[in-house]
Write a protein that binds this ligand. Sequence first.
Ligand SMILES: Cc1cc2nc3c(=O)[nH]c(=O)nc-3n(C[C@H](O)[C@H](O)[C@H](O)COP(=O)(O)OP(=O)(O)OC[C@H]3O[C@@H](n4cnc5c(N)ncnc54)[C@H](O)[C@@H]3O)c2cc1C
Length: 345
Amino acid sequence: MSRPPSPLQIQRRASLREHNTFGLPAVAATLVRIACDADVRRVLDHPELGRAPKFVLGGGSNVVLTRDVAAVVLKVEILGRRRVSEDALAWVVEAGAGEPWHGFVAWTLAQGWPGLENLALIPGSCGAAPVQNIGAYGVELKDRFDSLDAVDLVTGRSVTLNAEQCDFGYRHSVFKGLLAGKSLITRVRFRLPKPWQPVLGYLELERKMAETGNRQPSAQTVFDWVCAIRSAKLPDPAVLGNAGSYFKNPVVSEEQCRDIIGRDPEIVYYPLPDGSVKLAAGWLIDACGWRGKTVGRAGVYEKQALVLVNRGGASGAEVVTLARAIQESVYGRFGIRLEAEPVVL
Ligand SMILES: Cc1cc2nc3c(=O)[nH]c(=O)nc-3n(C[C@H](O)[C@H](O)[C@H](O)COP(=O)(O)OP(=O)(O)OC[C@H]3O[C@@H](n4cnc5c(N)ncnc54)[C@H](O)[C@@H]3O)c2cc1C
């Protein structure tokens, strides 16, 4: 005989301060912990919660909470990780959406399945990783993606999406577009190609190679380097609340870039294969004199102008006010509109 399912874990007036890495105060009218696919369907069948608006929450490392949340917060806690298959070309591995991302990366390496090491130490959950196609040090999630499972938050139907259907772009996917707020990702699968090749084109990794004299690092060494680089330049959210990069790097035409270089020859930029140019948002903010500044209880991190921080007790409104002031001054000086990376609620 199968065991009856444990009751849905529903919490009323749940504080979200512990559930967002900015440490912003907000209260969810209702928070439901989602431990398996069936929990999503039970929420949808629930007489009171079924038709209410929903908000899916992972580790809260890419959200800015500016107010209490009236929508039902679905806190994703689906665990589990496994190797799905292996052939001559790749290992395919799967993670439950609630698995912490960094722990999953470390686990794949420990199993002898390299490929995710450049994405080490990114906070958050595996289920949120495809939402903005996380990326760091020359690798994006889409480069190692196989497929994912999700549940439609209206019909309760399960779907499996491949990379094309996810419509990945720079810090973008279908979950920020057509499917925004409409699906809950339950499991993500990764294709880790064989033979493994390190990705070392990033300036800071090149520096590590030069410093150590190690030109053929193992995946574990790349992982250790990435962790060391990140720890030195990014604030630990447990110590100083933040959501990582607050703005996306803007992409401009070659002509626009030439124009800016004419005025500011020092600007940091990366030419893209399609002829457009990605500008370093951190450099633009720094050039406007924002690094280290504080407005109210929110501020700009001293070591990296792209990161906004909670100096202690800040509200979401204070963070957003600071972000707007930065956007205005960058627009005023460079004519470029910076776009926020985190989801502002
Ligand atoms: C110090 C720091 C460094 C960071 N560095 C990087 C970096 O290098 N590169 C990078 O890309 N990002 C970076 N980030 C941003 C962040 O870590 C990632 O975006 C991460 O994937 C967010 O995961 P989360 O579980 O915390 O998502 P949350 O913040 O909980 O949610 C983010 C969005 O995803 C949605 N979502 C969450 N889980 C699911 C799910 N299971 N199904 C459907 N939708 C879901 C939410 O509704 C929300 O819209 C950094 C953040 C911090 C604090």
